[in-house]
Ligand binder design. Structure first.
Ligand code: NDP
Ligand code: 8X3
Length: 264
């Protein structure tokens, strides 16, 4: 599986969780010849991830960029500021995303609604729009991969998640339209929807309260970021004619967003 040799991979939200794991997994899979562009808001954390990668994969070139996907103007400058050798992006992993709180609709703060939509939806769309021209300039109507991280929450809305679930449903809808719109190209539009993964996701959801976050995973065995990273890299490493269009990944105890078996 050296299909990724020489590729340039761009990952949003690479400072933690699924995005960080995905960066490491790409590097492990193609340790001698790969370029990784890692982005997130926390630059120092990205630099630590880059260091970790250089420890496991000496031939991987890593470029880190502080990028807030909820800022359309930052995204606008991002592509033109890329060093020449990182400009020919082959794979975009739209992973950056977050949830804020578990409030029901009447109480959700406007700021939380905005940050979820601007990160998970308009950020993902703006990244896609920024990178697509690179893909579409290639032969046969264009080539390249867009891998969007959706969620079980986008397929099955739950109480206390109305806005987050709506953002992930929007990702799903946008992704499906895009696949249809680009049908005359060789661009692959891929969606991967995880169930429960233990990352910083719940810590962010509860505003930094680690105790509350820990309770979410009591009595269950969630997926790890590495589990999802393996699926992302698998999708990217298929033969160009193979599109892993849509994948739902659960841990063993989970069968729906709200159907979980907990050991007491
Ligand atoms: P983490 O909180 O561990 O990671 C989220 C990443 O997104 C961080 O690297 C964070 O970096 C980045 N991020 C957040 N906001 C922004 C922003 N405005 N601009 C750029 N980067 C941003 O959570 P996960 O790894 O779990 O989340 C990754 C994706 O997976 C999300 O889209 C999430 O919705 C999805 N998902 C998660 C599931 C789970 O159970 N954990 C299940 C299903 C889907 P920084 O703070 O440095 O900006
Ligand atoms: C994260 C999964 O169900 O906790 O997207 O919202 S869930």
């Amino acid at each position: 599986a050296k299909r990724l040799a020489g590729k340039t991979i761009l990952i949003t939200g690479a400072s933690s969780g699924i995005g960080k794991s995905t960066a490491l997994e790409f590097a492990r899979t193609q340790p001698d010849d790969l370029k990784l562009i890692l982005t997130a808001r926390r630059l120092e954390t990205l630099q630590e991830v880059a260091k970790e990668i250089s420890g496991v994969a000496k031939g991987v070139k890593v470029h880190v960029v502080k990028l807030d996907v909820s800022s359309v103007s930052e995204i606008g400058q991002f592509v033109s500021n890329l060093p020449e050798e990182f400009k020919q992006i082959d794979v975009l992993v739209n992973n950056a995303g977050l949830v804020k709180g578990v409030d029901k609709a009447p109480e959700i703060k406007q700021d939380d609604i905005n940050v979820m939509f601007q990160t998970n939806v308009t950020g993902l769309i703006a990244m896609t729009q920024a990178i697509l021209p690179i893909f579409l300039a290639r032969p046969d109507g264009g080539r390249g991969d867009i891998i969007n991280i959706g969620s079980i929450a986008g397929r099955e809305p739950y109480q206390g998640g109305s806005i987050y679930c709506a953002t992930k449903a929007a990702v799903r809808s946008f992704t499906d339209s895009l696949r249809k719109e680009l049908i005359a190209s060789r661009v692959r539009i891929i969606e991967i929807d995880p169930g429960q993964v233990e990352t910083e996701f719940s810590v962010v959801r509860f505003g930094g309260d680690k105790e509350k976050a820990k309770k979410v995973y009591e009595g269950v065995e969630p997926l790890t970021g590495d589990d999802i990273a393996e699926v992302v890299v698998f999708a990217a490493a298929r033969r160009e004619n193979v599109v892993i269009a849509d994948t739902l990944v659960f841990p063993n105890h989970q069968a729906a967003a709200t159907v979980m078996h907990r050991k007491s």
